[in-house]
Write a protein that binds this ligand. Structure first.
Ligand SMILES: NC(=O)c1ccc[n+]([C@@H]2O[C@H](COP(=O)([O-])OP(=O)(O)OC[C@H]3O[C@@H](n4cnc5c(N)ncnc54)[C@H](OP(=O)(O)O)[C@@H]3O)[C@@H](O)[C@H]2O)c1
Length: 349
């Protein structure tokens, strides 16, 4: 099959770089366009990224020579992966969808709109049923799909297999990596030797996105899940990988062994063979001091959610720790997997 041409909006940022790294040698997709602000436009990608490329692999040869364009329709690609700054992503993504592109976005702007799928393929693939609703409502030739916030995605992957036990309450405390704030991100003097107990808008995102993701598709909308969610979000002195301490109330009161088994066996997309699917969606660590960002964030090429310390909680019944890579499964890898699912379902021709 001919590869599908893809472009990256926000290609110079932390997530944009991840897209480029993850799409190198992708079996279905080929990066034909890179776009960013007018500050970067007009120069070769390799030139713009001198001193700004932060990943340990080199910029792929085919991308080095691409000229960075401005983020406006007219790009030679079918899919536009968006990792744009949320301040400007909204109207740009809409212009691309209107012009016929499939926009797979990381930005928060459209996530909670009723006719936009907020998608994790293993969790709520059926929410792609919103696409015809979106087409009807908006009259766009193209479409927008979104992936959740980087801490929500790992939390919800860990929660999905517990839904069968009647998840009714949830308390989560995140310890979020610095790369989650983009580049240059949090000033070093604010974060060295420190923890910052506030990330603007993050707690609200975790609390609302979780309910949409775990909600049920009812004809033309998603009915949010009935779960009480409380989130504390903290920025910590870690480069990559968000760690989250979670307590849950499960009304069916399963044993700890059943909870562990449900997480270990969770792999609903196994048969689909999507190129970026991890072979283990949730890895349950048995060691008492895991997961840890440095040791576990790269498991399954950064696409796994790693759970550990499953135990009883005197407050809500059960507690555990979940960790995952924030710019891979939490961002670029999530948007790529969403596009792969859409290809498989015939939504991208
Ligand atoms: N980092 C994560 O872990 C993570 C996870 C999930 C979701 N997200 C979301 O993904 C998006 C990108 O995050 P990031 O961490 O990659 O941010 P970042 O490093 O700050 O990159 C922002 C990108 O947006 C571009 N941009 C800024 N202003 C623009 C404008 N006026 N017109 C066109 N392009 C413009 C920048 O281009 P220039 O270089 O030319 O300025 C850059 O490519 C954000 O919406 C963020 O919330 C991030």
């Amino acid at each position: 099959m001919d590869k599908v041409k893809v472009g990256i909006l926000g290609a110079t940022g932390m997530v944009g770089q991840r897209f480029i790294q993850l799409l190198a040698n992708h079996p279905w997709f080929e990066v034909t366009e890179v776009a960013a602000s007018e500050r970067s436009a007009g120069k070769k990608y390799s030139e713009v990224m001198e001193g700004r490329w932060k990943l340990t692999t080199d910029i792929p040869e085919g991308v080095r020579k691409l000229v960075v364009k401005e983020c406006a329709p007219g790009l030679d690609c079918r899919i536009a992966f968006s990792s744009l700054d949320a301040e400007i992503a909204g109207p740009i993504e809409q212009a691309f969808a209107k012009a016929g592109y499939v926009v797979s976005s990381n930005s928060r702007n459209h996530r909670m709109e009723p006719d936009v799928p907020l998608l994790i393929p293993e969790v709520n693939a059926e929410h792609l049923g919103l696409i015809p609703v979106q087409k009807k409502n908006r009259g766009w030739q193209g479409m927008i799909i979104t992936n959740p916030n980087c801490s929500t995605i790992h939390l919800v992957i860990a929660l999905k297999p517990l839904m069968r036990f009647g998840l009714s309450k949830l308390l989560v405390t995140t310890m979020q990596a610095l790369s989650g704030a983009g580049y240059p991100g949090v000033p070093s003097l604010d974060i060295l030797d420190n923890v910052v107990p506030f990330i603007g808008g993050e707690e609200e995102k975790v609390q609302t996105e979780t309910l949409k993701l775990l909600g049920a598709l009812a004809k033309d909308r998603v009915v949010p899940a009935q779960i009480v969610v409380s989130a504390h979000c903290n920025r910590v002195h870690v480069s990559d990988g968000h760690t989250e301490c979670v307590s849950v109330k499960l009304d069916a009161n399963p044993g700890l062994a059943e909870v562990t088994k449900a997480m270990q066996e969770f792999n609903p997309l196994k048969q689909l063979g999507l190129p970026s699917s991890p072979s283990r969606v949730i890895i349950v660590k048995q060691e008492p001091n895991r997961p840890q960002p440095k040791m576990d964030r790269d498991l399954e090429h950064g696409m796994a959610s790693v759970v550990g310390r499953i135990r009883e909680c005197p407050l809500l019944g059960y507690k555990f720790v979940v960790l995952g890579h924030n710019t891979i499964r939490g961002a670029a890898g999530a948007a790529i997997l969403n596009a792969e699912l859409m290809m498989k379902k015939g939504l991208i021709s």
